[in-house]
Ligand binder design. Structure first.
Ligand SMILES: NC(=O)c1ccc[n+]([C@@H]2O[C@H](COP(=O)([O-])OP(=O)(O)OC[C@H]3O[C@@H](n4cnc5c(N)ncnc54)[C@H](O)[C@@H]3O)[C@@H](O)[C@H]2O)c1
Length: 384
């Protein structure tokens, strides 16, 4: 079983080589603190984290790094939660950096989940017109998804991630052992993205997930090889389409319906649960369009329903019953660039469908969207 791996994000084409490695190894956070793993050189380091992660790992990392060097190592933390992923937090962090005299040669260490990674990355991208940062992801979602690819941002009153930049990290350092303290409710968010990566690009990984014991939801631990597999998929896609001109859209599989459900529930339903449902619905659309190979569609449906059953999500019925509202949210999603819906749909496990022109975004009618919600209601009813 893979216990350590380095995954390359290859951004050597274009102006300036911004390639970097994702190092995945159990215990690597301790190695950092003990000085046996070197960080990219910097005048000073600023560990940016949230209140929960600061308590669990932040102080230890800061103290470990301070003990090794003469330069400055500071810990900057903000209150945990999506509600803090805003301009106010970015401003407060930038102000602290300014007050502490952070120069262009400083490096931010983004230690935490996707919220920390997105805000710290955003601040790094604009502070003095851009300084370096390293992602040290501590949630499953951040380890398999948000730490890779350089999308940074904060939420605004009119929507999520409305202010943001592309700013690639200098490195990603991932320690799966920190997932030992992750609350159970957080697992589904990462697990959904792992399943997504398997469906869009890695059939072997899909089979591996399907072979996990019934009732598996990630909270009993996740095989490191699945974290590595998901990182490989994401890194591969980002390396080929950094700015989401086309291919990167495949990473949004399950997210058109998923985001509509999440928004329509007022963010009460978790992102992961919505993406699981989103893949069920979008897989159904692909099957109805005759795009998704039937046997693979059935395998996907079986796995997703199994995960769904173990997730114990409640409060879905009112969200699914308002189809017009869901459609409105789907059409308003920033990923819909034209007036009609476009989705990335699977053709078989491990491969996404392309149009005759070789594009990955496929037009989907409003009616198909609405009917997929009916399908979801039916499929979930038969699970009860
Ligand atoms: N930039 C991208 O490409 C990208 C991709 C996907 C999602 N995102 C963003 O990621 C965010 C969600 O990230 P998330 O799911 O990691 O949520 P999060 O960052 O809010 O973390 C979830 C909770 O877990 C706690 N936590 C983190 N690590 C822990 C650990 N090891 N032990 C115990 N508690 C821990 C946090 O304090 C928080 O309370 C969203 O804002 C989303 O928009 C960004």
């Amino acid at each position: 079983m893979e216990k350590t791996a380095t995954v390359r994000v290859d951004l050597s084409r274009g102006v300036g080589d911004r390639s970097y490695d994702v190092l995945i190894r159990e215990g690597v956070l301790e190695e950092l603190g003990a000085g046996s793993l070197r960080l990219p050189d910097a005048e000073s380091y600023y560990v940016v984290t949230d209140s929960n992660v600061a308590r669990l790992y932040g102080g230890r990392l800061r103290n470990g790094l301070s003990g090794q060097r003469r330069g400055r190592v500071e810990l900057l933390s903000f209150r945990a939660g999506e509600a803090r992923k805003n301009v106010g937090t970015a401003w407060a962090l930038a102000s602290r950096l300014g007050a502490l005299g952070a120069e262009r040669g400083s490096v931010i260490l983004a230690l935490g989940g996707g919220v920390v990674g997105d805000v710290a990355g955003f601040v790094a991208s604009v502070y003095k017109r851009g300084i370096g940062y390293v992602q040290i992801p501590t949630t499953l979602l951040a380890q398999v998804d948000s730490s890779i690819g350089g999308k940074t941002g904060v939420d605004a009153p009119w929507g999520k991630n409305q202010l943001g930049t592309f700013h690639q990290p200098l490195a990603v350092i991932t320690d799966p052992t920190v997932l030992g303290t992750l609350p159970r409710r957080e697992w589904i968010n990462g697990l959904a993205e792992i399943v997504k990566c398997a469906v869009i690009a890695d059939e072997g990984m899909f089979e591996r997930i399907s072979s996990l014991p019934a009732g598996f939801d990630g909270s009993s631990g996740i095989p490191v090889e699945l974290i590595v597999g998901a990182c490989r998929v994401k890194a591969g896609v980002v390396s080929r389409d950094e700015r989401e001109l086309d291919l990167r859209a495949i990473l949004n599989y399950g997210h058109t319906v998923g985001h509509a459900l999440e928004s329509s529930s007022g963010y009460r339903l978790s992102h992961g649960a919505c993406v699981i449902l989103g893949m069920l619905a979008e897989g159904w659309i692909a099957s109805q369009m005759g795009v998704f190979r039937e046997a693979d569609y059935e395998k996907q449906t079986e796995l997703l329903l199994r995960i769904w059953k173990g997730a114990g999500v409640t409060g879905l019925r009112p969200v699914l019953s308002n189809k017009k509202r869901l459609l409105r949210f789907a059409l308003a999603d920033k990923k819909t660039t034209s007036s009609s819906l476009r989705m990335s749909l699977p053709e078989r496990l491990g491969r996404m469908h392309t149009t005759k022109e070789g594009r990955h975004k496929i037009p989907v009618s409003d009616e198909a969207f609405v009917r997929s919600i009916d399908y979801l209601r039916e499929a979930l009813r038969s699970q009860r």
